[in-house]
Write a protein of this length. Structure first.
Length: 243
């Protein structure tokens, strides 16, 4: 018991010493993507408070911490999941979320020294209409990537958006993230369209079909009941085994 009290006193003393130094705030920013009508879109909010009041920005917020070093608050991933739920209204666990990069340039936020941990999220098209504004946002809406890049986004959010775009374009051909942007069941053309929208280039249908068959053989995807009515011939549908 005596040793425990000595350890706690030593920690308290070290914490008091640490508090003498200026501290940076930590935030999480979210780049939320979906595909609507064969168009890659990102979720933007119109800020309702200074700084950049009235400007468009990525959703996000500050990591919550406790009042003392003994109550250190939430983990980064927990903060990102909370902000995603608060800023979109989507059910917890319904959206793919992955840490992207750390942005810590000085003066990126006029209020104070703020370090932001950015995440990207992928929302299935069936969930996209359910998104609503939350937090300090006046409005939230899906914006085409080309339109978003033409706007003067708040903070360094244009840089964060570019980084997220590079990440998903780099991962689409070697990971399973494409399955996060199709409905629960999908046809071969629908999955190919996701790849084409993200990469901004066309895929040869025959080559993609062969790749699709390898995914079937490897057990990544499986046939699903029903068919999709596309054009004159109903198309078979499949599901992602990892969902």
């Amino acid at each position: 018991m005596a040793r425990k009290k000595r350890d706690e006193a030593a920690i308290d003393a070290a914490a008091a010493e640490l508090m003498r130094y200026p501290r940076a705030a930590v935030a999480v920013d979210l780049v939320v993507f979906t595909i609507i009508d064969a168009d890659l879109k990102v979720l933007l909010i119109r800020r309702g408070e200074p700084p950049f009041e009235g400007a468009w920005a990525l959703p996000g917020g500050f990591v919550r911490v406790g009042p003392s070093h003994r109550e250190q608050g939430e983990a980064l991933d927990d903060a990102a999941r909370r902000e995603l739920n608060e800023e979109t209204g989507l059910p917890p666990g319904s959206v793919y979320l992955e840490q992207l990069y750390t942005f810590g340039e000085s003066e990126r936020d006029p209020r104070a020294r703020v370090i932001s941990i950015a995440y990207y999220a992928l929302v299935r098209p069936t969930l996209a209409p359910l998104v609503r504004a939350g937090g300090d946002a006046q409005h939230a809406g899906w914006c085409s990537i080309s339109e978003a890049k033409s706007r003067s986004l708040a903070f360094d959010h244009a840089k964060i958006l570019d980084t997220a775009l590079s990440r998903i374009r780099g991962k689409i051909d070697y990971s399973n993230i494409a399955f996060e942007l199709v409905p629960d069941t999908f046809s071969i053309p629908e999955l190919r369209a996701v790849h084409e929208v993200i990469k901004g280039t066309s895929y040869d249908p025959g080559n993609f079909r062969r790749r699709f068959k390898r995914m079937l053989t490897d057990g990544i995807i499986a046939p699903a009941p029903g068919k999709r009515i596309t054009g004159t011939k109903p198309a078979k549908v499949y599901r992602f085994q990892g969902r």
